[in-house]
Ligand binder design. Structure first.
Ligand code: GLN
Length: 258
């Protein structure tokens, strides 16, 4: 365990700090263990879009044993192997109260796959161990022998069509305290039965989709940035993002087979 303050490898001032509309701090949870199938890309997309909107991004990392920063505006967390989830479980429990407080207060968060599962009540792995979650999301996950793997498309009322890639053994069911993020039109999503994908609670967006998710789904990135700006500065003044690569990535992803 170290007691170092979280380092800021990507912290940087905007080129013309004078005209920055303010700093938005993005905290990535457990990038050492929970960062597969390109999930780091979600933090990079937030960094670029925060700049395009005229704000100054600051990327922080939080790993097991780090000091949790006082001041964060957006929290992102990725997926991981069951073994990675076992490594972080105790530290995550130690941070549960703070994360729950932030979620209840309306902090914007994006959690993918392995951390989606652990933001829920528990993940009972297919090999036996039950990894307790932190209960921000009213969901539970049961590991099975069937892996749900492949490209996913879904419809959502909030963000339009959402595209990505899934690979998980855990099957998640939603309780009454959350809404699904969307309904799948290709792929499995939360489980092999009900057609739901992901979960929504307050300003927390949870999804099984890697790929990463945000490069192909900038509407979700802008939701996180807008929410962060409104909470911190009282309003969000959008800039002019360049969405051409996102458009091309979406077109390509939509044509991919399951
Ligand atoms: N280990 C979990 C599972 O297999 C999560 C996988 C992931 O994050 N891709 O269900």
């Amino acid at each position: 365990m170290t007691s170092e303050a979280p380092h800021t490898p990507e912290a940087q001032a905007s080129p013309d700090n004078q005209s920055s509309k303010g700093t938005i701090r993005v905290l990535q949870l457990y990038p050492r263990e929970m960062n597969i199938y390109g999930d780091w890309g979600n933090a990079l997309v937030l960094k670029q879009r925060i700049k395009w909107h005229g704000y100054t991004p600051e990327l922080l990392e939080y790993n097991v044993g780090d000091e949790f920063p006082d001041d964060v505006d957006i929290i992102v967390g990725g997926g991981g192997q069951d073994s990675g989830q076992l490594v972080i479980q105790d530290d995550l429990q130690a941070r549960a109260a703070r994360l729950k407080q932030l979620a209840d207060e309306g902090a914007p968060m994006l959690v993918i796959c392995g951390l989606y599962q652990l933001f829920g009540k528990f993940f009972k792995t297919s090999t036996g161990p039950v990894i307790p979650g932190i209960g921000i999301l009213d969901v539970e996950t049961h590991g099975t022998d069937e892996r749900l793997i492949g490209n996913v498309s879904m419809k959502s009322t909030e963000f339009g069509d959402i595209l990505g890639y899934e690979n998980h053994s855990g099957q998640t069911t939603l309780g009454p305290g959350v809404q699904p993020l969307g309904t799948v039109t290709k792929g499995a999503g939360n489980n092999s039965k009900d057609g739901h994908e992901g979960a929504r609670y307050n300003n927390v967006v949870a999804s099984y989709l890697h790929g990463s998710l945000l490069p192909k789904n900038p509407a979700i990135a802008d939701f996180l940035i807008r929410t962060a700006a409104e909470r911190k500065f009282g309003s969000f003044v959008p800039g002019t993002p360049d969405d051409e690569y996102a458009r091309l990535a979406r077109e390509h992803a939509a044509r991919r087979p399951r």
